[in-house]
Design a protein around this ligand. Structure first.
Ligand code: UDP
Length: 312
């Protein structure tokens, strides 16, 4: 039985990965310090014989004696509101934490998969973004704590591949959404759905013409799995190339329920990217992966989850 350590196990993406690998018959060790992750996300796994949970911080990792085959690094606060609330933690997760997990991978001769981000492209001047694009990133600003932590993690990955012969996979993850996002997460999809549920007007930042491309969680997890099994050790984009403006997103979410809510326009946060859309040719060719879940369907599933959570 293969043993996989998932750092960030109680987070949005991490918890779905735990479910996925348990279903695939892996022995899963979930690690999380519950800073932004929620134990509720993995509560249903706690009694599973093949699952164990370590309440630990990757930045201050205790010795892990178990022999690991795979390590997934999904541990970091990742919502733009966290950039203000937990800047030092984010910087640590992408530096000290990443180094600790690389050390663990080397010790175990394990394959390590790093959750990088479309944020490495910053406010991109190339559109859509290919993996070769080196980005347009402000190193000194509110978003920089996250952007640079991911860029530094990628540099660590490069050095470990080049000089330590470490077995690495690097996913550049674009906007992802779905059940288990925190209701007060602050990101566009949960915010708008939360506003819809609690009958509050929608808050659009800037003029709403900025674009994003939203990928449903199950599609992403499928891509992560295919990447893990591949032999490809360079950064690869994982995301849905279906690009829409934030104004269009609000309308889609507004249409999920009967309401007469208004849109209130607020100030655009600093360095908020004007456009974002992945070029996924590499993932398509190398991993034979592409997202299949339509935005309308994914939003409906997320809405149903948040309604249930709200009434729980
Ligand atoms: N956004 C918005 N209203 C909100 C939350 C987000 O207009 O209540 C905008 C945000 O400014 C950004 C986009 O939606 O342009 C996506 O934001 P999100 O926080 O989801 O993720 P990002 O892609 O910026 O990391």
């Amino acid at each position: 039985m293969k043993k996989i350590l998932i750092a960030g196990a109680a987070g949005f993406i991490g918890s779905h990965l735990c479910d996925f690998f348990i279903k695939k018959g892996y022995q899963v060790i979930g690690l999380d310090n519950l800073s932004t992750g929620r134990i509720e996300n993995i509560a249903h796994l706690i009694n599973n014989y093949n699952f164990s949970f370590l309440n630990q911080d990757i930045n201050n990792l205790n010795v892990i004696e178990e022999k690991l085959d795979f390590i997934l690094h999904f541990a970091s606060p990742a919502s733009p509101i966290d950039f203000r609330l937990k800047p030092f933690e984010i910087l640590n997760c992408g530096s000290v934490g990443t180094q600790n997990l690389f050390d663990l991978a080397l010790k175990n001769d394990a394959l390590i998969l790093l959750a990088s981000s479309s944020e490495v492209y910053g406010n991109p001047l190339q559109h859509p973004q290919t993996e070769e694009y080196i980005g347009n990133v402000n190193s000194f600003g509110e978003r920089s704590v996250y952007d640079e932590s991911k860029r530094f993690s990628e540099s660590l990955a490069y050095a470990h591949i080049r000089y330590k012969n470490c077995n690495v996979r690097i996913a550049r993850i674009f906007n992802t959404y779905g059940p288990r996002m925190r209701i007060n997460d602050g990101r566009a999809v949960p915010n708008f759905i939360n506003q819809l549920i609690s009958n509050k007007d929608f808050t659009v930042y800037g003029n709403g013409n900025q674009t994003r491309s939203f990928c449903y969680i199950n599609d992403l997890v499928d891509g992560i799995y295919k990447l893990l099994l591949s032999k490809y050790n360079k950064p690869i984009n994982l995301g849905n190339p279906n690009e829409i403006s934030i104004n269009e997103l609000v309308i889609k979410i507004k249409n999920l329920a009967k309401n007469n809510l208004k849109i209130i326009y607020k100030k655009l946060p600093a360095d908020d990217p004007i456009m974002r859309k992945p070029n996924i040719e590499k993932a398509n060719n190398i991993l034979n992966w592409r997202p299949i879940i339509k935005l309308e369907d994914g939003l409906k599933k997320t809405y149903n989850y948040m309604i249930k959570e709200n009434n729980a």
